[in-house]
Each structure stands twice: as structure tokens, then as C-alpha cells.
Design a protein around this ligand. Structure first.
Ligand code: HEM
Length: 229
């Protein structure tokens, strides 16, 4: 029993999460680089001739989004945070800047070009981008102020939001495996697609809120402040 308690379960879970999300992160990163002109571009409607701003926005958001997907679970490792507080602060700043830019570039793309799925997909992804920017700004603001209880809550919201893009693809993969694409179509206007516009992040945020409100706050967050950067 004591031996089981000593197993670093959280580290193992975070490592497994990184391994599971890494193929999508790599796909996004590489797609973004191609969109930015590095390497032969695959066939895609997202990059269009004579539309440099939209192309730049979608490519930038894919490059940064891909990097964030593998970096954000590392930030949650208590071992890394305790042993390497400088890493936590430095990576935290990068994550906040990356999330602000990813959200802003994704929103800019929607406002310039719109999404393939139309109004509801635009709405779902605009809200997603806005929440990501809000969570990043709040996590940074509370860390700067030395208020680590709300910092942790906003950082966890950011974690859920960043992984939302991967979860969106996981939902599609599982749905297509189970139903062969019932209520989904290539225009992303089926009932399943419409639900997905919000279902890859809102239910997870609700679950997180319930968890935050029902679990005691770790005592070290109330008593000690990781030094401010
Ligand atoms: C955080 C990590 C993110 C990653 C890794 C990511 C990755 C990607 C990738 C790879 C695509 C290309 C489509 C595909 O191949 O599936 C894409 C499309 C798109 N993303 Fe993101 N994204 C992220 C966050 C966001 C955010 C925060 C927004 C919000 C504004 C956003 C908005 C969009 C839009 C509007 C499209 C184009 C949809 C379409 O019309 O096909 N993404 N993303």
C-alpha cells in the first residue's frame, strides 16, 4: 500500500497524456510550417493563394498550438515545479504568450475568412479562442500578484482549453469508429458537428469547475508562495 502511494501517478498520467497528444501536436506543427512556406504544402482549403494574412494567422496558430499541446502538461508536474522553479516560471511565460497568440491568430482567421462549418462553428471557435486568451491572461496576472490559489484555477482552465483542440479530434475519431460518421458531414454542418463546436471544451470546463469547488485546495498554495518571477 505504502509502495503504491510512492508511485508518481500524476507524473505517469501527464507523461501518458503527452505521448497520446504528441502525434496531433506534431501534425499541427508541421501543417503550420507548411502553411508558412517551409516544405511542400499538402492539399488544403485553409491556405489560399493571395490571402497572406489569413494564411499567416492559421499557420501561426497551428505552429504555436502544436507546441502548446505538448508543453502544457509539463507545466502541471509538481515535481518539475518544485525542483526547477525557474523552468516553471520561464515555461509559464512562454505558454501564456503562446496561448494569447494562438487564440488571437485563430480568432483573426475566423473574422477574416470564417470557418468551413459556418456561423455555429465560427461562434464555437471564437468563444474557444476568447476563453483561451482570458485563461492565459488571468493565470499570468494572478501569478504576478502572488495569488496562487486563483493562479492554479486559471492555469488548470488553460490546460483544459489547450488540450481541447486535441480532444476535438479524439471525439471525431471515436465517433467515426463507433458510428461511421453518423450526423456528421464534410461541411461540418451535421448535428454531431454542431454539438462538437462547443463540446470539445465546455463540458470539460464544467467538470473542472465542479472539481475545483469540491476538492480542498493544496495547503502549500495557501501558505507558501512560489517566488514571483
Ligand atoms: C491550442 C491548440 C490548437 C491546435 C494544436 C490547433 C490546431 C489546428 C489545426 C491542425 C488545424 C487545421 C485543421 C485540421 O487539420 O484539423 C486548425 C484549424 C483551425 N483552428 Fe486550431 N488549433 C488550436 C487552437 C485553436 C484556437 C484557440 C482557436 C480559436 C480561435 C482555433 C481555431 C481554428 C480554426 C478557426 C481553424 C480552421 C477551421 C476550418 O475552417 O477548417 N484553434 N487548428
Amino acid at each position: 500500500m505504502t509502495a503504491l502511494r510512492r508511485v508518481p501517478w500524476r507524473g505517469i498520467a501527464l507523461g501518458a497524456l503527452i505521448l497520446l497528444a504528441a502525434p496531433f501536436a506534431f501534425y499541427a506543427f508541421r501543417f503550420g510550417l507548411e502553411g508558412a512556406g517551409f516544405g511542400a504544402l499538402r492539399e488544403t482549403y485553409l491556405i489560399q493563394p493571395a490571402a497572406p494574412f489569413g494564411n499567416g494567422a492559421i499557420s501561426l496558430h497551428m505552429i504555436l498550438g502544436g507546441a502548446l499541446t505538448v508543453l502544457v502538461p509539463l507545466q502541471l508536474s509538481p515535481g518539475l515545479r518544485r525542483r526547477f522553479p525557474h523552468w516553471h516560471r520561464g515555461a509559464g511565460r512562454l505558454l501564456v504568450a503562446g496561448a494569447l497568440l494562438t487564440g488571437a491568430a485563430g480568432c483573426a482567421f475566423i473574422l477574416m475568412r470564417g470557418t468551413i462549418g459556418g456561423m455555429w462553428m465560427d461562434a464555437g471557435f471564437l468563444l474557444y479562442g476568447a476563453l483561451m486568451m482570458l485563461a492565459a491572461a488571468q493565470a499570468w496576472r494572478f501569478a504576478r500578484a502572488g495569488r496562487f490559489v486563483p493562479h492554479r484555477a486559471w492555469a488548470l482552465r488553460l490546460f483544459v482549453l489547450v488540450l481541447g483542440s486535441w480532444l476535438y479530434r479524439v471525439h471525431y475519431g471515436l465517433w467515426y469508429l463507433a458510428t461511421d460518421g453518423l450526423a456528421s458531414n464534410p461541411e461540418f454542418t451535421g448535428t454531431f458537428d454542431s454539438v462538437q463546436n462547443f463540446a470539445f471544451y465546455l463540458p470539460y470546463l464544467v467538470l473542472l469547475e465542479i472539481w475545483l469547488r469540491t476538492r480542498p485546495v493544496p495547503p502549500e498554495l495557501r501558505t507558501t508562495a512560489c517566488e514571483k518571477g
